[in-house]
Design a protein. Structure first.
Lengths: 1117, 81
């Protein structure tokens, strides 16, 4: 009394099936079925998960798919046939059919023709059910026509493998349908089997299928849109299936025969190594060894015993595990990437391999840094190693295209990523399907997870934002009932951001391929599936810093003619380490955050190895566990290094006895217990597994005792290892990261203008562009204004002649030096702008002045400008420069609002021949009648008299810059407030560190960020970051003062804060606010001579504020 | 000809199938079960769940009866006579 379901769609039939592949396996096992098929629509996405689920549950998996078949002649409607794979040939055919279905048509509209299926029939069984073309005809009573249409299937698949699927869906017409289908089978001389179109596992879940169906069709859930009339599409137990077909038990028996024939094994977990074309008769191992020896020569390394031993060790492990072709393939890809002129860097544990260094995969010398190969490749690791390669973010797609075309669809494809429903998104989408108003549903969705299906009523009352929401309770309950179940369902198949599968030629035989949204070939497998399927992958990550550095190098070459080769710069460059030690590292890779900069100051790195330690230490674990303090104290010689046991000295002396790296954990275990590093790494990876810990510890202590290690020392060592293991960092990874870190610092030291132009263009770091610009200004790099004739899409470097001497007179200068005047300038008429160098360096007090080069603002950051508009500007001015706004509008496709923005931000200011100023340009941009080229010129345009418009004031200039570019270019915003800041006795960010703990200070600056995270105590705390042109200041606003100041804190863009200084560990300092003012209001009040009143507020008298006038900034210390 | 109704009836089952039903005070003997189907759904509205039986009663008339699973009662919906 058994039965096998052969038509089953999981949730990988997107918005149709209502269960996961694993749930199917489990349910089938629970119902005592010997086998079960999964036949999703046009894909095998869930195959690996389904098979492994079946293996866990002792059910035989049958892999198949439901293919969309498109008929060439009318009626052009699509139909479906189910194909199941019997053996390797059949599965390969199925994969290739699906790949064809996906790749030959439009994306998102896969289909095949009958001929394609018939040409790939070997090894498969086809099921022609009532939703196939012939089946439809049969149901309509046209048995002969159906038989004719099915003839090609019958011929290609043969009598046994061409099967008519008969369904008993318990619908009103089911009995008649079964009769017609049986007649059709007889006429076709084909076997008939009983099936049920399974879309949900239990009848109770039918509602999910309805919701999914309507979401898929984007129609409201209503009787007219729901196709099912009953809840029979579930995984019925064998007895129920048999009961439906009591008169024809042979139909049920036939399912068992089909299942019997399906012997295909997906072969999970068997590694499929990539192919590498090897010249005749040689092994990949031999070729790899030869490449490595060549690398020794190319890298200029000494062939001593240490190198030979290490190389031999790595190569034999690679041979033993069969990875040679993988290394060769990756090395070839990295070489190809570099040959394209794209920067590439290896990250992660792969950098710990000497072979990677010698074959050019990584640029980190594993020998020099004493990195452990076993951390990367190790027979005891249960996961496949993968190499991560960073490339320039702007060229990532080019790299993908190169790899995919070079290695072909038989061997390479991108990895997919299954984008799943999160509850909130599900609520929104289901809400739409239920026809509920979007705004209200959005509010409810936001309240998730604070409310759930069980407590909606309660939640609606409890949450103030939902009070008075106008949604019917019953509908809301339905909404939640559906949405909660959809949580975790696949929503669509996206491209994984970095993974590429590399395989031997069999990839297309085991995984269907499709196209991602931007056209890349992509496997129907996510990264876990790829691992299960035993494929190795390569992660290609786009890194903005690499694009930034590439831009800097290009700009250096363009402006100076120098070709800087970052592979060959000195690794012990003094000025670079000076910059790092001064923590002047804004914009540098990995070491730019405030916390990192503070660590740099304490650590005072003076060699490459220090950078590796610095990067490893700066993470929450080490910071919290106070690993940093002993390390720094020992490094500075304030404390002596401590080794628990003398044998640990070799492993730990580089960090003075502190365990910092994973590699040290491994070597520490190896040193005392005599483990192989492979086993030591195995232990390391299980140190967080409480269940394994006692056994591991006992083994370690026993082995240490065997080797006569003092028991107390061994126990203490174990404790230290367990304590630090979770904080440890992979040294190879840190060493790999140190490469771009050092290179970016080197560029910033020697080519600040070029480097900052790069990071302004690609924005790789954590700081807003205006802070980077300020950094440039501080180190004396002039910022040149937007200019429609000069600005490029990116930030570029221009050579400038820098006039020395005071620049205070020209009115456009920024100014601490000429502070008081500047604020007045907001009212005073400004002097005419003078184009090119009107924006000059603030002062040349940066540590590395680079007077010869300036940064030109970029078109890319003009608010609202499109790439097409930028291209049209470049094309037009290549013919001849723009004369005036009218000329610009005529010869480009730039829209008027963008032209206005350009004029407003001064993009036309340099067109001195036009005889007008910025306000005039703006007037033109709004009013000029500008027929496009070829149109008749109108009279008005010919010789209209030139108005004299008042000049922009300095304040207007900066305001315009902020509006259009989001940057205060000409000067720092704070500079407008300088006299006010003096009057207030403001303590500048750069001086704050001189204040003692708990000192009362006045600080001020432009708000750059504010956050109100949920805090465990329930108190709401507002964190605000201010920038006062000398650095960032962190301000904390506690609940007690919020009633008074919250409005100002949230609404003003510049603040003055009176409060108490607190030191907050490594993160530095923060000011606890007692009172807060809007800086612009104070500015106005000062101008009107009522600053004192403005600060006291209308009613309250502010004691500390009064003392302000006497507080001198230098008093603290 | 066919007539539509929607009236409650009393039904007796035998081996799960209707064997006798009583409509407008008269008893009808079921001689043959012609078909069975289910309608379930409309959870967004009334959430109906019905088990339909098309039966031939003694005398040759064909009846559609359904069992309303939600409310646990029988209805007569259609009559061919």
């Amino acid at each position: 009394m058994s039965f096998v379901h052969l038509d089953v769609r999981s949730y990988f039939s997107l918005k149709e099936g209502a269960f996961a592949p694993e749930q199917l396996a489990e349910q089938a096992a629970g119902l005592g079925m010997p086998a079960v098929a999964m036949t999703d629509r046009d894909g095998l996405y869930g195959a690996a998960r389904f098979v492994s689920g079946c293996q866990r549950n002792g059910v035989k998996p049958i892999l198949g798919a439901s293919l969309t078949v498109r008929a060439p002649a009318p009626p052009p409607r699509d139909a479906h046939v189910v194909l199941v794979a019997e053996d390797d040939t059949g599965y390969a055919n199925l994969c290739r059919l699906l790949t064809d279905a996906q790749l030959l048509g439009e994306r998102g509209d896969p289909w095949v023709a009958v001929e394609q299926i018939c040409a790939h029939a070997a090894g498969m069984t086809v099921l022609l059910g009532p939703r196939s073309h012939p089946g439809r005809l049969a149901v309509a009573g046209r048995t002969d026509a159906a038989t004719r249409l099915a003839a090609p299937f019958r011929e290609a698949f043969g009598a046994d493998r061409c099967v008519v699927a008969v369904e008993h869906r318990l619908e009103a017409g089911s009995a008649a349908e079964i009769r017609t289908m049986l007649r059709f089978a007889e006429k076709l001389d084909a076997v008939a089997v009983a099936t049920n179109p399974v879309r949900y596992l239990t009848p109770d879940d039918a509602f999910l299928a309805d919701a999914l169906e309507c979401m898929r069709a984007i129609v409201p859930v209503a009787s007219s849109n729901v196709s099912r009339t009953n809840a029979e599409g579930w995984l019925k137990p064998p007895a129920e299936m048999r009961a439906l077909f009591t008169e024809r038990p042979d139909l049920c028996d036939a399912t068992l025969e089909v299942a019997e024939r399906c012997t295909f094994d997906l072969g999970l977990k068997q590694v499929h190594f990539p192919d590498f074309p090897i010249p005749g008769g040689r092994s990949a191992d031999a070729v790899l060894a030869e490449r490595c020896l060549r690398g020794v020569h190319e890298r200029g390394m000494k062939q001593d015993d240490r190198l030979r031993d290490r190389l031999h060790h790595e190569l034999s492990m690679i041979r033993q595990m069969g990875y040679a072709a993988y290394f060769l393939t990756v090395a070839e890809i990295v070489a190809d990437v570099k040959a394209m002129g794209i920067m590439a860097a290896c990250r992660g544990s792969a950098a710990g391999s000497l072979v990677c260094y010698l074959t050019g995969i990584s640029d980190v010398d594993a020998l020099r840094h004493d990195l452990a190969f076993e951390r990367f490749l190790n027979p005891m690791r249960d996961e496949l190693p993968d190499v991560d390669i960073d490339v320039e973010s702007a060229r990532r797609e080019d790299v993908y295209d190169m790899i995919l075309s070079r290695h072909g669809q038989e061997r390479a494809a991108c990895v997919a990523m299954i984008d799943t429903f999160r509850a909130r998104a599900a609520i929104r989408e289901v809400g739409k399907a239920l026809g509920l108003p979007e705004v209200e549903v959005g509010m409810v969705a936001k309240a998730f997870p604070h409310i759930s299906a069980r407590n909606i009523r309660d939640g609606l009352e409890r949450l103030p934002e939902l009070r008075g929401i106008n949604l019917p309770m019953r509908q809301l309950e339905l909404l939640f009932r559906v949405a909660e179940r959809l949580d975790g369902f696949p929503r669509h198949i996206a491209l994984h951001p970095c993974g590429i599968v590399l395989s031997s030629h069999d990839l297309a035989d085991r995984v269907p391929l499709e196209r991602s949204a931007n056209g890349h070939r992509m496997a129907q497998a996510d990264k876990d599936d790829v691992e299960e399927l035993g494929y190795l992958k390569l992660d290609i990550l786009g890194v903005r810093m690499l694009s930034s550095m590439r831009h800097a190098l290009d700009e250096i070459a363009r402006t100076t003619g120098e070709k800087v080769d970052l592979d060959r710069i000195a690794l012990d460059d003094r000025p670079t380490f000076d910059l790092i030690r001064a923590s002047d590292t804004l914009g540098c890779f990995q070491i730019e955050s405030p916390g990192q900069r503070e660590l740099l100051q304490k650590l005072q790195p003076d060699r490459w190895e220090d950078l590796i330690v610095d990067i490893s230490l700066f993470r929450p674990g080490p910071v919290k566990s106070d690993m940093i303090r002993p390390y720094i104290a020992r490094r500075m010689g304030l404390e002596r290094p401590i080794y628990i046991h003398p044998e640990l000295r070799p492993a730990l002396q580089e960090t003075f006895g502190v365990i910092v790296f994973h590699e040290q954990v491994m070597r520490t275990l190896a040193a005392l217990a005599g483990y192989e590093l492979t086993y030591a790494d195995h232990i390391r990876r299980h140190l967080d597994d409480g269940s394994m810990l006692p056994a591991l510890k006992a083994d370690f202590l026993a082995r240490a005792a065997e080797r006569d290690v003092d028991a107390a020392a061994a126990a203490k060592t174990w404790d230290a290892v367990v304590q630090f293991a979770s904080f440890g960092f992979c040294k190879a990874h840190a060493a790999a990261f140190a490469v771009p870190t050092y290179r970016s610092a080197w560029l910033k030291t020697h080519y600040p203008a070029h480097f900052i132009a790069g990071i302004l263009t690609y924005d790789p770091g954590m700081y807003p562009r205006r802070l980077l610009l300020d950094d440039a200004r501080r180190r004396g790099v002039p910022i040149l204004p937007l200019d429609v004739n000069r600005s490029e899409p990116e930030y570029v470097v221009e050579e400038v002649e820098v006039r020395s001497g005071s620049r205070c007179d020209d009115g456009a200068d920024a100014g601490e030096e000429c502070g008081p005047r500047v604020v007045d300038a907001a009212r005073a008429p400004a002097e005419p702008s003078e184009g090119e160098v009107s924006i000059a360096p603030t002062a040349q007090r940066g540590p590395h002045p680079d007077p010869g080069y300036a940064i030109r603002l970029a078109l890319q950051d003009v608010h609202g400008i499109s790439d097409a508009e930028i291209r049209s500007i470049l094309a037009a001015r290549a013919e001849r420069p723009f004369r005036d706004v009218g000329d610009f509008l005529r010869r480009t496709t730039v829209t008027r609002p963008v032209a206005e923005a350009l004029a407003h931000a001064g993009g036309f200011d340099a067109l001195t021949g036009s005889g007008t100023n910025r306000r005039g340009h703006l007037y033109d941009a709004i009013t000029v009648d500008a027929p496009r080229e070829g149109d008749q010129l109108t009279l008005a345009d010919a010789g209209a008299p030139v108005h004299r418009f008042p000049e922009y004031t300095d304040a207007e200039v900066v305001k315009a810059e902020l509006e259009v570019l989001g940057l205060d270019v000409t000067r720092h915003l704070v500079s407008f407030f300088e006299p006010l800041l003096v009057d207030l006795g403001v303590m500048r960010a750069k001086d704050l560190h001189r204040c003692r703990q708990d000192a009362w200070v006045m600080v001020a600056g432009v708000k750059i960020a504010s956050q109100t995270p949920a805090v465990r105590s329930g108190q709401r705390i507002i964190f605000v970051s201010l920038d006062d042109a000398t650095g960032p200041i962190e301000v904390t606003v506690f609940e007690s003062v919020q009633p008074k100041v919250a409005k100002t804190v949230f609404h003003a863009y510049a603040l003055a804060v009176w409060g108490q200084l607190r030191r907050t560990g490594v993160k530095g300092m923060s000011v606890t606010a007692e009172d807060v003012w809007d800086l612009t209001e104070l500015h106005r009040a000062r101008r009107d001579g009522r600053l004192r009143q403005a600060m006291s507020g209308p009613t309250e008298v502010h004691a500390p504020a009064r003392r302000l006038w006497h507080a001198s900034p230098g008093s603290a210390g | 000809m066919t007539k539509r109704f929607d009236e409650e009836v009393r039904v007796e089952r035998d081996a799960g199938m209707p064997s006798v039903f009583e409509w407008r005070g008269k008893r009808y003997q079921v001689v043959d079960v012609i078909g069975k189907w289910r309608i379930e759904g409309r959870w967004w509205a009334d959430g109906r769940d019905r088990e339909y039986w098309r039966v031939e009663a003694r005398g040759g008339a064909v009846w559609d009866l359904y069992f309303d699973r939600q409310h646990d009662r029988w209805h007569m919906e259609r009559l061919w006579d």
